[in-house]
Design a protein around this ligand. Structure first.
Ligand code: AMP
Length: 207
């Protein structure tokens, strides 16, 4: 399956992406993770992306789209993928659609994780990630950057929800609850999308 996970920062996309991709047996591709690896590795891409990331802004579309196209061309993504954090603008979504069309593919489902904003701020401000074995706060999880990232989401990424609904690809789930409850909802929604595609109604999505 070819799936996009959509949702604001703090909705749990990263956690769910890992679990769902494992169940679908496709790679989870996180643009945020790829950018962070490039920053850590001090690559040219990392140096170009860092200032945008630190400010909580989006990295320009040209850089992001080129990076994702390269990643999607790798052999493990040929049969399917789960994208986490991409697309984040309508222009990125159009580019993704066009490059998949060129390859004779299309997305199967865009799964939107819905969490209200108070909960997002609470989750992000308390979020801890492990770097070199030590718990740290991500630079862009500082309270003022969190507010800005949510604003960027509202302005630039939230419109994708309506855009994908029009394309007939959107499934929306409530992403508040225990991790496995949310996973269950996600797999249920993906199972329905899968059934639409190939007539295997009632088959579990996970294989
Ligand atoms: P994330 O881990 O998905 O929250 O991404 C962290 C940061 O990486 C974002 O705040 C952006 O600066 C950058 N980033 C990740 N994905 C994208 C994207 N699709 N378009 C532009 N910037 C992105």
């Amino acid at each position: 399956m070819r799936v996009v996970l959509l949702g604001p920062p703090g909705a749990g996309k990263g956690t769910q992406a890992q679990i769902i991709a494992g169940r679908l047996n496709v790679p989870a591709i996180s643009t945020g993770d790829i950018f962070r690896a490039n920053v850590t590795g001090q690559t040219e891409l990392g140096q170009q992306a860092k200032a945008y990331m630190d400010a909580g802004d989006l990295v320009p579309d040209e850089l992001t789209v080129a990076m994702v196209s390269e990643r999607l061309a790798e052999p493990d993504a040929k049969a399917g993928f789960l994208l986490d954090g991409f697309p984040r603008t309508i222009a990125q979504a159009e580019q993704l659609r066009d490059s998949l069309t060129d390859l004779g593919h299309r997305l199967d489902c865009v799964l939107e994780l819905v969490v209200d904003e108070d909960e997002l701020v609470r989750r992000l401000s308390g979020r801890v990630v492990v770097v070199d074995g030590k718990p740290v706060q991500r630079d862009d999880d500082k309270p003022e950057t969190v507010r800005h990232r949510l604003e960027v989401y509202r302005r630039q990424t939230a419109p994708l929800s309506g855009w994908y609904a029009q394309e007939g690809l959107l499934a929306t789930i409530d992403a508040i609850g225990e991790i496995d409850e949310v996973t269950g909802r996600a797999l249920g929604a993906l199972g329905a999308a899968d059934a639409d595609d190939d007539g295997t109604a009632g088959q579990p999505a996970a294989r």
